[in-house]
Design a protein around this ligand. Structure first.
Ligand SMILES: *[C@@H]1O[C@H](CO)[C@@H](O)[C@H](O)[C@H]1NC(C)=O
Ligand SMILES: *[C@@H]1O[C@H](CO)[C@@H](O)[C@H](O)[C@H]1NC(C)=O
Ligand SMILES: *[C@@H]1O[C@H](CO)[C@@H](O)[C@H](O)[C@H]1NC(C)=O
Ligand SMILES: *[C@@H]1O[C@H](CO)[C@@H](O)[C@H](O)[C@H]1NC(C)=O
Ligand SMILES: *[C@@H]1O[C@H](CO)[C@@H](O)[C@H](O)[C@H]1NC(C)=O
Length: 467
């Protein structure tokens, strides 16, 4: 039977083979395949010579890439002899008392070959009196706690220890290389940021770091005003906003608060031509924001724009933290305080007063929440943390971080969403929702402040419909 079918098929082939159309098609097919094979071979050769940015591993995922391709002054690229591509972002001096062998230089970077965390690299540091020294890299630590083996670029923190001998010197710039003597040929050089606080002034209480906003078309400006104003009512001193690209209305809002020194805008884009996993990039926002601010604020909160931490009994975060600290053992110092998280969603929301937020956006003033969703959000202590992931610190100045799980009687986080978590409808059914987000106490002042702000932003026209 099978043999019969095969012979029939071969006979059929013999009949159509001589036709010109089939011959031409066949020749075109062979031509295209050889182009592909030659191209692929050339790719391998070029990447061996370091002419191609991605390794084949990241190249495979490149099709999924969506990031901007504009020239990017944010990152300095450096390719090692192992074709590891480093994209260096910022360098900081870290002279905190909890840091081993302080002062140290921290370099925030993204790189491929996440498996390669070898320490065969060197920091060449130049001080402001032009004296230069070379120190081995003492740590190369991955920032993420999840998707750590995801291909493409991952966020890392590189550390070089200067040690007590250099405690009073002012390092000016650093370059990283593979050779102990490569100073002159170094392919990169970063200015070192200091951010040392005036010892005479006390630290402020709360900075909030908001990961990169990418809302070119969707005007969520009035929602953001509501969110910012609520955070300011809770006592957040300043919000640091990373911006990819935003709707003109959002930009007007950010500029307005920037003028009042309540917000700092940090323009951001990813390195070029390499596959980036968005979740990996966010670690760069949070950790950069941390190093900029660790000497100026006692606490740093790391948030997305649809989340908030709500004190159970207190009006401000400071009162909430003070209430919390009195319950803690005196001798322990914690890296961060983790607040358990609820969700609040459209279909279960009972709106309190009507705010002029855009029609389809998440609103904050609802009085219902889901059951706990297992997530946490951290308020980070700035003394002992050295690297951050999306929800909590991942690297600390001691070998492990010491988080404290905050009791629900002190405060909790709420994640405002349009829909329930996938596959977790049980969290969000009418049976399980709880009607007590204690947010009413803010509503009058919040309304007032939102309206005042919306009316004060120059040339701002509220768009009530989603664009
Ligand atoms: C290159 O990578 C290999 C294996 O990952 C490692 O053993 C070697 O030390 C690396 N060489 C350099 C110069 O980084
Ligand atoms: C350090 O070197 C730069 C460039 O060569 C020079 O402009 C500067 O005056 C030098 N500074 C000191 C303190 O020697
Ligand atoms: C670093 O801290 C030490 C004390 O811990 C201090 O003596 C030194 O001046 C600081 N260095 C800088 C550059 O501020
Ligand atoms: C911590 O110390 C203060 C005084 O130094 C004391 O009033 C407080 O009760 C102590 N807290 C705990 C939890 O032991
Ligand atoms: C919950 O109840 C409200 C009215 O009480 C209803 O409008 C809504 O559709 C219900 N939601 C779900 C998810 O069942």
């Amino acid at each position: 039977m099978v043999i019969h079918k095969c012979t029939a098929f071969i006979n059929k082939l013999k009949r159509i083979w001589p036709t010109n159309r089939v011959k031409i098609l066949f020749i075109i097919l062979i031509f295209l395949s050889s182009l592909y094979i030659i191209g692929h071979f050339r790719y391998i050769v070029m990447s061996k010579q370091g002419e191609i940015e991605e390794d084949p591993f990241t190249q495979a995922s490149n099709l999924m890439s969506k990031y901007t391709k504009l020239p990017n002054p944010n990152w300095q690229k450096w390719t090692t002899s192992n074709i590891t591509n480093f994209y260096l972002y910022r360098a900081f001096l870290d002279n905190r008392t909890s840091v081993t062998n302080a002062p140290v230089i921290r370099v925030l970077l993204m790189k491929n070959n996440y498996k390669e965390t070898a320490l065969n690299y060197f920091c060449h540091i130049i001080f402001d009196d032009n004296v230069s020294i070379t120190k081995p890299v003492s740590k190369l630590e991955q920032l993420s706690y999840m998707y750590r083996d995801f291909p493409g670029l991952q966020g890392f923190l590189l550390t070089c220890e200067l040690g007590v001998k250099y405690k009073d010197k002012h390092p000016k710039s650093v370059s990283i290389s593979e050779s102990i003597t490569e100073n002159e040929q170094a392919q990169n050089r970063l200015k070192i940021e200091y951010n040392l606080k005036n010892p005479a002034t006390a630290k402020e209480n709360f900075a909030l770091c908001l990961k990169g906003l990418r809302f070119p078309d969707n005007d969520i400006s009035s929602y953001l005003v509501e969110w910012f104003e609520l955070l300011f009512l809770m006592g957040v001193n300043k919000i640091f906003v990373y911006v990819f690209e935003v709707h003109p209305n959002i930009y007007k809002v950010l500029r307005y608060y920037e003028g009042r020194n309540q917000i700092e805008i940090i323009p951001f884009s990813y390195p070029n031509h390499v596959y980036i996993n968005k979740v990996q990039g966010e670690k760069i926002h949070y950790t950069d924001c941390f190093y900029k601010n660790m000497n100026f604020y006692k606490y740093i909160a790391i948030f997305d724009y649809d989340e908030i931490i709500i004190p159970k009994h207190d009006y401000t975060w400071l009162d909430m933290m003070n209430r919390l600290l009195t319950t803690l053992p005196n001798e322990t110092s914690y890296s961060d305080y983790r607040f358990r998280r609820y969700m609040s969603m459209k279909n279960m929301q009972v709106e309190i007063p009507k705010l002029p937020t855009t029609k389809d956006d998440v609103k904050l003033l609802y009085e219902t929440r889901s059951t706990l969703d297992k997530g946490v959000k951290s308020i980070v202590d700035t003394e002992t943390v050295s690297g951050l992931s999306n929800h909590f610190p991942t690297i600390c100045t001691s070998d492990v971080c010491h988080p404290y799980d905050v009791d629900l009687s002190i405060g909790f986080a709420v994640h405002y969403r349009n829909t329930c978590l996938r596959g977790r409808d049980d969290l969000c059914s009418n049976k399980t929702i709880i009607r007590d987000i204690p947010i009413h106490r803010y509503s009058d002042r919040l309304m007032e402040n939102v309206m005042r702000t919306l009316n004060s932003i120059p040339n701002y026209e509220l768009s009530l419909e989603k664009v």
